[in-house]
Write a protein of this length. Structure first.
Length: 181
């Protein structure tokens, strides 16, 4: 692969940042031309790096997944597995409640993350699975809960916080209590 010029690298990074912010606040329906305008580049620049909107969103999701996987890996060896699991669970809901694009991706609406990023999706589930298994072994999480349940509760938690606004923050402890033995 040919190495990009420094200005091309900067443009790509700017497009990714603007696209992330735009998709996060407005969802995936924003046209690429509008993202290019907000990034201060031509549409051709965006299309050179990302031939489709799916390719652009996929690059954003890949970066977010990498961050989520790394965060889970950091917590995997925590001295208190219950606190690590519940901290990750709560932070995920809080951090991504205002990220409409990623919430749509996790929920599988408008963008099928399972198909687009199967390896990262598997890594993400595995990382959550490690946190969950350790928390269950420590007696902090019900033994009948699986990774699919946790993912569904994370997505549901985002929707509840989004629906309830500031008052929704009290729902995270309720979700955590539902996971407790």
């Amino acid at each position: 692969m040919k190495k990009l010029r420094s200005d091309a690298v900067r443009n790509r990074e700017r497009v990714l940042r603007v696209a992330y912010e735009t998709f996060a606040t407005e969802g995936l329906s924003v046209p690429i031309d509008e993202i290019a305008r907000r990034a201060g580049v031509g549409a051709g620049t965006v299309y050179r790096h990302f031939p489709t909107k799916d390719a652009l969103f996929r690059a954003i999701v890949a970066d977010q997944f990498d961050q989520l996987i790394a965060r889970a890996a950091e917590l995997a060896g925590a001295a208190d597995p219950g606190a690590a699991f519940y901290g990750y669970f709560s932070r995920f809901i809080q951090d991504y409640v205002t990220d409409q694009g990623l919430m749509e991706a996790f929920a599988g609406s408008k963008f099928d993350i399972e198909t687009a990023e199967p390896e990262r999706t598997a890594e993400f589930k595995k990382a959550i699975g490690v946190l969950l298994a350790r928390a269950q072994q420590a007696g902090a999480v019900r033994p009948d809960v699986d990774v699919a349940d946790v993912k569904a509760l994370m997505i549901g938690g985002q929707a509840m916080l989004n629906y309830r606004g500031e008052a929704g923050a009290r729902l995270i402890p309720l979700l955590c209590k539902a996971l407790a033995p």
